[in-house]
Structure formats: structure tokens, C-alpha cells
Design a protein around this ligand. Structure first.
Ligand code: CO8
Length: 259
């Protein structure tokens, strides 16, 4: 795989592990890092041998937010005209393949928003989540008022966004922000194991299932139910359905060809 200045990309079977690697700045998401992340996700999306992605950081920080040094001199006209970092920050949320955020240490501001733009968050017991933008005179700008509110509800979102309070892994799991907590030592292994499990299922059904869950955030219940049913019907046109059901009845493990 290509080499990057601020990322390490490794393969673990059908899983790509992308590690944010800007340790001196606690993985602050500078322009170059986010551009590299977009490029790396373009590569994983295009590679048929990859079935799922794990996005992680260091033991101390998943990412401590957008790069405050880069942002500080910018004016309204600057950020408006360049549509500041929106496009590159949205790439994780537009991937069709499943992407798991494996979070240890700080996931703050844009770092929390990046984690939330993944399909699920697996947290180390050391993880800390927060939207501290209010403390530096701004507000969340990449989903912190929207994805967080959908994930945890109005009261908790207001608490975090208006006070800038950081929450620990236990509270994050209790309010539904993270899917599971694991010990920090096992974080990558656990996240990769989950990603490998997902990558082993029939790919069309995985992509359809992800698309169906995501539609729950975009549409009415009736429309979402209709969309789910259409995809459910479509799954019967896949090799995965033929093989998966035959294998169950034959009492053997399925061998999916991902078609
Ligand atoms: N940006 C730039 N540099 C950072 C950042 C950051 N967000 N976070 C940490 N660093 C740097 C520090 O400046 C320091 O560098 P140096 O050694 O050169 O002084 C180095 O990382 C280590 O940091 P600390 O010494 O502060 O480490 P501590 O362990 O004492 O503290 C903290 C760790 C608590 C995480 C602390 O660094 C901190 O509070 N960081 C800032 C957190 C923050 O406010 N994040 C939100 C930023 S705003 C944002 O993300 C908005 C996104 C909007 C997206 C909009 C899209 C359109």
C-alpha cells in the first residue's frame, strides 16, 4: 500500500487498518492528514480484496480535534470560500464498506466527529470523548451537533456541546455513543476481529445492511421500512443468499464469493 506522512495503513487479511500517526500533536487533524485519510479510504473502497476497515489512533489519542494552529489565523471568508475541511472530513461517512473506529485516549472535537462518522465505535477503557469547541470560541462543525444528538439524544448532546465536558468510555457506552468497551491492550485485536467477522459475510448483504441502517437517520419510518424491504428482497438475488441458506440446511459453514 502507499506510504503516507501521517497515516500507517496495514492489511490484516480482508481488513485494512488505518492508523492516524501524528503523535507529537495527538493526531490533530491537519489538512494534510485529512487529505491523506481521504486518499487512503478511496484506496480501501476500490480494493475488492478489502471487506472492512478499522480506523484507529494511538494509545494516548485517537485524535485531539482539528488542528487549532492551522485554524487560528483563518477568517470567516477563508473558511467559507474554502468550505473548510468539509469534503475531506465526510469521506469516512460516505464509505460503502463497513468502517470501525477503534478509539483509545482522546477523541475530542473533530476527533470525536471523525469517530462518529464511522459505522460503530469500539472504545478502549481509556477512551475519552468530548466536544470542547465551545471552550475555544467556536462550535462543532463536522457533525458534533448532529450525529452526537442522533446517537445520544438532546439532553446529553446539549450537556457535551454547551459545557465542553469530556466523558469517559463507561459513560459513552451507557449513553449509546460506543458499541463496546474493551481493554486498551486488546483494542486493535478486538476491533480487527469484529471487522474480520463482518468482512467474512457475503459482501452484498453487508453493504445493504449498512445502507439500510444508515437510512434510518435520513428518512421517515415508513420510507425506511419500505427501503429495508426492497433491499431484503434484493438480497434474494445474491449468491450469498443461495449459499448462506444452503449451508445452514447442509449443516456446514458457508463459503461466500461476495457476489
Ligand atoms: N490542534 C493542534 N495541536 C494540538 C491539538 C489540536 N487540536 N491538540 C493537542 N495539540 C498539541 C499541543 O499543542 C501540544 O503540542 P506542543 O507540544 O507543540 O505544545 C501537543 O499536541 C500535546 O498536547 P498537550 O501538551 O496539550 O497534551 P496534554 O496531555 O497536556 O493535553 C489534551 C491533552 C487535553 C487533548 C489537550 O491537548 C487539548 O485540550 N487539546 C485540544 C482539544 C480541542 O480543543 N479539540 C477541539 C479542536 S476544535 C475542532 O476539532 C473543531 C472541528 C471542526 C471541524 C469543522 C469542519 C468543517
Amino acid at each position: 500500500m502507499s506510504t503516507y506522512n501521517f497515516l500507517i495503513v496495514e492489511r490484516r487479511g480482508p481488513v485494512a487498518v488505518i492508523t492516524l500517526n501524528r503523535p507529537k500533536a495527538l493526531n490533530a487533524l491537519c489538512n494534510e492528514l485529512t487529505e491523506e485519510l481521504t486518499a487512503a479510504l478511496d484506496v480501501t473502497e476500490a480494493d475488492d480484496s478489502i471487506g472492512a476497515v478499522v480506523l484507529t489512533g494511538s494509545a494516548k489519542a485517537f485524535a485531539a480535534g482539528a488542528d487549532i494552529k492551522e485554524m487560528q489565523p483563518k477568517s470567516f471568508t477563508d473558511v467559507y470560500l474554502e468550505d473548510f475541511i468539509t469534503a475531506s472530513w465526510e469521506r469516512a461517512s460516505t464509505t460503502r464498506k463497513p468502517i470501525i473506529a477503534a478509539v483509545a485516549g482522546y477523541a475530542l472535537g473533530g476527533g470525536a466527529e471523525l469517530a462518529m462518522s464511522c459505522d460503530m465505535i469500539i472504545a478502549a477503557d481509556t477512551a475519552k470523548f468530548g466536544q470542547p469547541e465551545i471552550t475555544i470560541g467556536i462550535l462543532p462543525g463536522a457533525g458534533g451537533t448532529q450525529r452526537l444528538t442522533r446517537a445520544v439524544g438532546k439532553s446529553k448532546a446539549m450537556d457535551m456541546v454547551l459545557t465542553g465536558r469530556t466523558i469517559d468510555a463507561e459513560e459513552a457506552e451507557k449513553i449509546g455513543l460506543v458499541a463496546r468497551i474493551v481493554s486498551a491492550d486488546d483494542l486493535i485485536e478486538e476491533a480487527v476481529a469484529i471487522a474480520q467477522k463482518i468482512a467474512g459475510f457475503s459482501r452484498p448483504s453487508v453493504l445493504m445492511a449498512k445502507e439500510a441502517v444508515n437510512s434510518a437517520f435520513e428518512t421517515t419510518l415508513a420510507e425506511g421500512m419500505r427501503f429495508e424491504r426492497r433491499l431484503f428482497h434484493a438480497a434474494f438475488a445474491t449468491d450469498g443468499q443461495t449459499e448462506g441458506m444452503a449451508a445452514f440446511l447442509d449443516k456446514r459453514k458457508p463459503t461466500f464469493n461476495h457476489r
